[in-house]
Design a protein around this ligand. Structure first.
Ligand SMILES: Cc1ncc(COP(=O)(O)O)c(C=O)c1O
Length: 487
């Protein structure tokens, strides 16, 4: 951090991201980073599987503490890299696949029926066929899928391992809607009527129940789990046997160091919308809020970047949650010998990736704002929410001599698409001086859904290269970085 040549934007009043040592090690190395750009182009995604492994252990330890049977399945939709899939298998956890290519590639990388699950929203005949052939459990969403899976299992002359995805749980007397899964109120009758040796669906090995809830409520997840445990009890009495309940992903992570900064930013955003202070976002974007008759309305539509109950604490809250009689979920799972499964995406790749881009130009727009053009585009770091609210870092080739001259500037980073809205962060970023051409902007903690999920090739831009970083010693060199596809 004391290295003069790189700095976090918004030294004061920012949103300071939690970072890892490996990120700082890289940011200190101008020459290495410039060489990587020369070889692989800009932007670059750097992946750090060791951090992924650390996250695996964090979850494993919680399960061990509660002595429940468990398995983790890395939801690989969060990031396209093979490196995390390989590392998942090395750590002896599973991989949740949600498309034909995710499934095929995970099989090629060493996955098997006990370390894979297919949860695709749309399941093609081919996906189902591959799953049955490799005995990968299929999480079924609807009746049509049941018919197709049963038919293909008949053709392949074997049974299909399946779990049923459920939704429509009652929490605080309200039914949680989801477009996915079977309704919890209908599944019991459905299974009794349709599934079994002498029934229409006679080629299933029913192994589990699955749900994935929108949002991040531990209470909703716990209540849903209790309802699944009750359901399994009833179905056991009907001759069914279930091995697992999979509670999907959505485990919150914490991106930010300071709660105060997080709350302060919200207050500043509202003030700026009211015109009480100068804009803190590009074109005074409300990030979900808007001003009506002088009053700020709506809610901020961003990921909850600051969270005290995150990762292990989040899982802990679920396992310790008690039913009306005071039994914890963990004890109920143990009593029924049920395995709990989770499918974390974002939380397993936490701290496991950064995205770096080169500065191409600087300009002042008609409003007098500095726009710093980067060699990347909005699709290469795009949040599904209104903004990615982490301060970026800038690696200056030369910062020291200018710092004293107080050349601080406020900038927005702009991208290469021909769209007015290709502004990489909506928040204004204050820097000690204007970056020079070829200086480097670093966005940290981008592995989860940011670097890959929305990337496109409009304008025929190449997709960013993904480099896997393996720390070999205290020093760092270009050979510590290998293309994800090669390694
Ligand atoms: C079925 C399922 N499992 C797991 C996940 C991963 O969720 P997260 O990355 O929030 O942990 C998702 C995300 O959409 C999902 O739909």
């Amino acid at each position: 951090m004391n290295n003069k040549n790189y700095t976090k934007g918004n030294q004061q009043e920012g949103l300071t991201p939690i970072t890892s040592n490996w990120m700082h090690k890289i940011m200190k190395e101008q020459e290495v980073v410039q060489e990587l750009f020369t070889t692989y182009g800009s932007p670059l995604n750097i992946l750090h599987p060791d951090s992924f492994a650390k996250n695996c252990n964090t979850f494993k330890e919680v399960f061990q503490q509660y002595q429940v049977k468990s398995q983790l399945f890395y939801a690989r939709k969060a990031n396209k890299a093979k490196a995390f899939v390989k590392r998942a298998f090395l750590e002896n956890i599973g991989v949740d696949t949600a498309s034909e290519r995710e499934l095929e590639q995970s099989l090629e990388l060493g996955g098997d029926g006990d370390h894979l699950v297919l949860t695709s929203a749309i399941k093609t005949e081919k996906q189902i066929r591959i799953s049955i052939q490799h005995q990968v459990p299929i999480i079924i969403d609807n009746h049509d899928e049941c018919l197709l899976i049963n038919k293909l299992a008949q053709e392949l002359n074997c049974k299909a391992r399946v779990g049923f995805r459920l939704s429509g749980f009652y929490v605080d007397e309200e039914k949680l809607y989801s477009r996915f899964g079977f309704d919890i109120e209908e599944i019991e009758e459905y299974l009794i009527t349709n599934v079994g040796e002498d029934k229409k669906l006679n080629k299933f090995n029913v192994e589990g129940i699955h749900f994935h809830l929108d949002g991040y409520s531990t209470k909703q997840r716990s209540e849903a789990l209790l309802q699944c445990i009750q359901l399994i009890k009833k179905l056991n009495a009907q001759g069914f046997t279930f091995r697992f309940i999979d509670i999907g992903g959505g485990i919150l992570i914490n991106y930010l160091e300071s709660k105060t900064e997080w709350l302060d930013f919200d207050a500043k955003l509202k003030k700026s919308l009211k015109g009480e202070i100068s804009p803190v976002t590009f074109n005074n974007n409300g990030l979900g809020y808007w001003l009506e008759d002088g009053i700020v309305k709506g809610e901020r539509k961003t990921y909850p970047y600051y969270n005290e109950i995150n990762t292990d604490k989040f899982l802990n809250e679920i396992l310790a949650y008690t039913d009306n009689s005071g039994s914890s979920i963990a004890s109920l799972l143990r009593d029924q010998n049920l395995e709990i499964r989770i499918e974390p995406g974002r939380s397993l790749v936490n701290q496991s990736g950064i995205t770096m881009a080169k500065v191409v130009h600087r300009k002042k727009d008609a409003k007098g704002q500095w726009l710093v053009g980067l060699e990347m585009n909005m699709s290469q770091m795009m949040s599904s929410s209104a903004d990615f609210m982490l301060d970026p870092y800038v690696m200056y080739a030369d910062l020291e001599d200018k710092e004293a001259e107080n050349e601080a500037v406020e900038v927005y980073f702009t991208g290469a698409y021909c769209l007015e809205r290709d502004v990489l962060l909506k928040r204004k970023v204050k820097l000690p001086k204007l970056p020079e051409i070829n200086d480097v902007v670093v966005f940290v903690n981008t592995a989860g859904y940011m670097m890959h999920f929305f990337e496109t090739q409009a304008h025929l831009f190449q997709l960013a290269t993904n480099l896997v970083y393996t720390e070999k010693s205290d020093s760092i060199g270009v050979t510590d970085f290998k293309k994800d596809s090669e390694d």
